[in-house]
Design a protein around this ligand. Structure first.
Ligand SMILES: Cc1cc2nc3c(=O)[nH]c(=O)nc-3n(C[C@H](O)[C@H](O)[C@H](O)COP(=O)(O)OP(=O)(O)OC[C@H]3O[C@@H](n4cnc5c(N)ncnc54)[C@H](O)[C@@H]3O)c2cc1C
Length: 320
């Protein structure tokens, strides 16, 4: 089966999810005996980082009109490349971009769509993929029977594996005009890795008592080179910005390390974080539900534990 992978980038820098999708696409193409192609939309000066992950064929549509997400233009471009490459599988990241595009693409391509896929497919008898459901309480395996299939891939679902190749790049401009939707302004949070991309996350809840106490969370995050997150009531109270809110109604993330400080572990919070590889919980209440989902737990007052943990991390880093 031929596979097309959309490689997402930000201002020309490829996201980690792009490399994960390429790794995934290469492995599916190898297993099913097809060709794999990477699609890059919008201006990117340096495509060479793509060469590490084993798919040589790259189609680069360089139009300025594709520099920011425009669902109409992106959908048209992806549909045309799917036809041109005779691809049976489209792989998108399970990002805001991937999720925004997937539904419309499924209609246009008459494709079966599974979002939030978390492992390589089983291809022995049909094409089936797995994902978690019921707020992460259960796994489900779904078979896609349509000739064209689309998946959105959760981050951290496949370990990145390198296989250097020489890229064969078809670079062209479609000559597309700006779409009917105009992006007038994009405001980005600069300085830290965005939450969906973060390998390590330090998150805090109402146990912090107030926004003035967040310094200890930021110190721990800096020591761990982590991104900060928070529970919903914290964002609702305006203690932290809404883009940090994780959970059922916020972002769903899958970092390698999730440190939860003063968060009770309500089911709606866990829904967004319980697929993290390692969960560390700091809470003064030994009965806090979060401890059931924790790999490591510290029962104690966060105002004592967090600064000590930060010091320990700094000391460890200084010695290594
Ligand atoms: C439809 C719906 C959707 C929701 N979606 C979300 C969502 O997406 N994300 C989300 O987070 N919530 C969501 N919620 C809210 C959720 O149910 C919980 O109310 C919320 O997660 C609780 O936030 P918290 O753990 O920060 O606060 P609390 O429940 O108040 O817990 C604070 C914790 O801090 C601990 N603590 C207090 N002081 C200290 C200290 N000094 N040291 C150590 N520990 C301390 C306490 O023991 C307690 O466990 C949703 C609710 C509904 C109904």
């Amino acid at each position: 089966m031929n596979v097309l992978v959309l490689a997402e980038h930000q201002h020309g820098t490829f996201k980690k999810s792009a490399f994960e999708c390429i790794t995934y696409g290469r492995r599916v193409a190898t297993t099913t005996g097809g060709n794999a192609t990477v699609l890059v939309l919008g201006p990117v000066a340096d495509l060479s980082p793509l060469a590490a992950y084993g798919i040589a064929s790259v189609i680069h549509l360089k139009d300025d009109a594709l520099a920011t997400l425009d669902s109409q233009l992106y959908t048209d471009a992806i549909v045309s490349v799917m036809h041109r490459t005779e691809s049976g599988l489209l792989i998108l990241a399970n990002s805001s971009t991937g999720k925004q595009l997937a539904g419309g693409l499924a209609v246009r391509l008459q494709a079966g769509l599974v979002s939030g896929v978390n492992a390589l497919p089983e291809t022995g008898d049909g094409f089936s993929v797995s994902k978690t459901v019921f707020s992460g309480k259960a796994d489900v395996r779904l078979t896609i029977n349509s000739p064209v299939k689309i998946i959105t891939l959760m981050s951290n679902s496949v370990p990145l594996s390198t296989e250097p190749v020489t890229l064969q790049i078809e670079a062209e401009s479609l000559g597309v005009n700006p779409g009917r939707v105009r992006v007038k302004q994009v405001e980005r949070v600069e300085g830290t890795v965005p939450l969906p991309e973060a390998e390590r996350v330090v998150s805090a809840g109402r146990g912090m008592k107030g926004p003035e106490n967040w310094g200890i969370i930021e110190d721990l995050a800096t020591a761990l080179q982590a991104t900060t997150a928070c529970s919903r009531p914290v964002a609702d109270s305006g203690w932290r910005p809404h883009h940090e809110h994780v959970g059922q109604t916020g972002l769903a993330i899958r970092p390698n390390l999730y440190v939860a400080v003063g968060i009770s572990g309500a089911i709606q919070h866990l829904a967004g974080v319980n697929n993290s590889k390692t969960i560390v919980v700091i809470n003064k209440d030994p009965e806090a539900p979060f401890f059931k989902a924790a790999d490591y737990g510290v029962v104690g007052d966060l105002f004592e534990v967090v600064p000590k943990l930060t010091e320990a991390v700094k000391k460890f880093k200084a010695g290594h």
